[in-house]
Design a protein around this ligand. Structure first.
Ligand code: GLC
Length: 741
């Protein structure tokens, strides 16, 4: 190493951290000095967040002159104001205030701003953390170019109930996968450090337990053991906090009787003390005021007091902080120190974003035009979408289709749909940007190739449909491709369903078309796992295409015609019927396991349904096949301080190159708290050419064997562990025993 390199190394090792901590100290000092200048009114102003013109929640009963409040420093943030023009205009009003504290502009950029990517649950099916991070990065880049500082994403709620419409917005049922995806999305949205104009603040939501709403009904109560909370629902939030997520959002639900918004165990004990979280917490829309109908607060003033004491820093749209906090402080009911703490957390982020140095930093019209018209984003969206598709069935290898000599009939209510491809939670859905399945397939075929099409039925409603035309074109075709599922507003917030079969007459349409005897490929598009037992049994091939965003039609066509070999795996269990819900792969063996179903009556099972799902967590097919052989462990016994390497040989035994998501599962056979029959503790997405082999390894350490014991301590206990390598949670290829000493 020459002198120049040596000097550079010294600077990197010693001076950079000092400069960074100096910069941080500078921000803290700037925050403190600004706070000293603020009146109580101005401090409370920072805790108020209002929606712009587009209201995405219940209208508040408290009317306010927003522009005047902004001008008087009584607003800290706006949501649902987007675009350089509007954000610049509103920010200019804030700059008229006495202390010129800039506003934060926030928006639900959940899966894309202008370029709409697959819904988060679809992206989770890719098991491709780089692709997921890139998707969030592009969303952040576009949002930041449009004047947005802060997105209310990622939603990191673990969800195991497909009746709950918001299952579409998260990463599925698994804590391990969900935690890694949470980190990928936080890093994608925020970049390595806040302040760049290609990044936005992220928001881990909804803290906590929202995905376990009773009966899958949105906004309902949540009741669970401390053990379940710590083991299943908190880890993705902890992962997001450790990844530096700038903000948290609390949730509408109660947790064991206490609304999350007024829950100091969650927001103060766990988040701000135990996890030492330095960011700030925003309430969910109106959730502070909702503690009154919950029966947890006497009135809005009581709700405001309970919320600020519990650690809810910013009030989204309940307007209770605006209305009552000053009075509560003056009455001595709320210490001003609590207000100060909340204000400092918020101001710190505004400094970090660089908004005090330049309040219009994110509102640059030229950058907005350049970034929002970057055609490369669609290419990325198409690639992420292809990776998110799950091949559920391919009987007789009817897929991939050939591009010539095959007369295809496209039938179904979603064949030509555009808006539905973007799913729910889009803030800029521009249907002119969306490629339908029809257009995607058409684009694959030679110009003169005839493509038959018939809608067949409406997507919902029970009007007696007439399938005549659909059956006529099916009769003319060599193969039928059907596009069925949900409309974009059948999943998402406030979209819980008790019946998650295909709506309307879609399955009847499928059965009628199938009865023609033609091979039928079904493409299912939805925001959640659906139940489709006839299709599962009778279709020749099934492709689960979720809601894939602007590039849906092209991505699905890429898979149907083999231009991309499907590699997705389900991030959530698909039940056979609603009666099985909640159903997941981390079930317990019970004292009466279903071992030999024939001859045991008294077993933990149903008399009218198998226990097993229609499709299991981790399941997904490929156009090629893979073999798993030669499992070895570097040691059969492991001390707490050691680790063991698990290796095996993966071979592509088919004729297509492809990717396989190999999954590592662990089962702690005997413990002080009964353990699930298996838990995901590792995965790798491996690309292999046809005929190629590769040794794949996982390292097992104490962390992967640990769990929350009966005292809620995170620990690994000595004993035997089953180590499993699988291509799905219900398709284990290799197993071995290992002992922890
Ligand atoms: C909604 C959602 C939340 C969203 C917020 C702002 O009610 O629960 O996820 O970020 O309001 O739109």
């Amino acid at each position: 190493m020459n002198n120049k390199q040596r000097i550079r190394l010294i600077i990197t090792i010693f001076l950079m951290p000092l400069m960074a901590s100096a910069q941080k100290k500078t921000i803290s000092q700037r925050v403190d000095s600004l706070l000293r200048l603020m009146t109580l009114d101005e401090k409370i102003g920072q805790l108020n967040q209002y929606s712009g013109k587009q209201v995405t929640g219940p209208e508040s009963k408290v009317k306010t002159d927003l522009i005047n409040d902004i001008r008087n420093g009584r607003v800290g943030s706006m949501l649902n104001v987007k675009g350089v023009k509007d954000t610049r205009e509103i920010q200019a009003v804030a700059m008229q205030s006495r202390l010129k504290i800039p506003l934060l502009f926030s928006l639900d950029v959940i899966h894309g701003y202008k370029t709409v990517f697959p819904i988060p649950l679809a992206e989770a099916a890719s098991w491709d953390l780089d692709a997921i991070r890139l998707s969030a990065h592009i969303a952040a880049k576009e949002a930041a170019a449009a004047g947005i500082h802060w997105t209310f994403a990622p939603m990191v709620d673990i969800a195991r109930d497909p009746r709950w419409g918001r299952i579409m917005e998260g990463a599925g049922e698994d804590t391990y996968l969900g935690s890694l995806i949470a980190v990928a999305r936080v890093k994608g949205f925020q970049g390595e450090q806040l302040g760049g104009t290609d990044a936005v603040m992220a928001c881990a939501k909804h803290f906590a337990g929202y995905g376990a709403a009773m009966a899958g009904r949105d906004y309902n109560a949540v009741d669970m053991s401390e053990h379940q909370l710590w083991e299943t629902y908190l880890p993705p939030f902890k992962a997001a906090a450790d990844a530096g997520v700038a903000t948290f959002m609390n949730s509408f639900n109660t947790l064991n009787g206490i609304p999350a918004t007024g829950n100091s165990y969650l927001q103060r004990n766990i988040l701000k003390r135990k996890w030492n979280y330095q960011g700030f917490v925003v309430s969910d829309w109106g959730s502070i005021g909702e503690m009154v109908p919950w029966g947890f607060a006497n009135n809005d003033a009581d709700a405001a007091e309970k919320a600020i004491k519990a650690g809810s820093d910013m009030d989204m749209e309940s307007r209770t902080y605006k209305s009552y906090l000053a009075k509560l402080v003056k009455e001595g009911k709320v210490p001003e120190a609590l207000i100060d703490d909340a204000v400092k957390r918020i101001l710190y982020k505004k400094f970090e974003l660089g908004l005090f140095d330049n309040p219009y930093k994110f509102s640059d019209a030229k950058r907005e035009a350049d970034v929002l018209n970057d055609g490369g984003h669609k290419t990325i969206a198409r690639n992420v979408a292809r990776k998110s598709i799950v091949l559920l069935k391919n009987q007789g290898n009817v897929l991939p289709l050939t591009k010539s000599k095959t007369k295809i009939a496209l039938i179904g209510p979603l064949v030509k749909s555009k808006r539905d491809m973007d799913g729910s939670w889009t803030v800029n859905a521009d249907t002119t940007q969306i490629t339908s399945l029809y257009e995607g397939v058409k684009g694959k075929l030679a110009k003169k190739t005839e493509l038959l099409y018939e809608k067949g039925c409406n997507i919902s409603g029970n009007d007696k449909p007439d399938f005549t035309e659909a059956l006529r074109i099916a009769g003319q075709a060599d193969i039928v491709v059907m596009a069925l599922g949900e409309t974009w507003d059948m999943s998402g917030e406030a979209k819980s369903r008790t019946n998650i079969h295909l709506p309307g007459q879609q399955e009847a349409l499928f059965n009628a078309v199938k009865a023609t005897g033609k091979p039928v490929v079904v493409v299912l598009m939805a925001g959640r796992p659906l139940i489709f037992s006839d299709i599962a049994a009778k279709a020749n091939a099934i492709v689960y295409a979720w809601w894939l965003g602007d590039e849906a039609g092209n991505a699905i066509a890429d898979v149907l015609f083999g231009d991309y070999n499907p590699s997705g795996k389900l991030p959530v269990t698909f039940p056979r019927n609603e009666g099985q819900i909640p159903l997941g792969y981390t079930y317990y063996n019970t004292g009466r396991p279903v071992k030999n179903p024939e001859n045991i009556i008294y077993k933990s099972a149903y008399i009218d349904s198998p226990n097993t799902p229609q499709y299991a967590f981790g399941y997904g097919l490929s156009y090629t096949s893979f073999s798993y052989t030669d499992l070895t462990l570097s040691a059969a016994k492991m001390h707490h301080t050691d680790n063991v390497t698990v290796s095996f040989r993966l071979t592509n035994t088919g004729k297509y190159a492809g990717e396989e998501v190999v999954q590592l599962y662990v089962h702690d056979e005997v413990a002080s708290v009964v353990r699930p029959v298996k838990e995901l503790k590792g995965f790798q997405k491996v690309f292999l050419k046809a005929g190629e082999s590769k040794t794949v390894s996982f390292v097992i350490n104490k962390e992967k064997l640990s769990f929350y014991n009966s005292k809620l301590q995170w620990a690994a206990e000595p004993g035997n562990f089953e180590i499993m390598i699988g291509t799905a949670s219900d398709d284990i290829k290799l197993t071995a025993e290992m002992e922890l000493l």
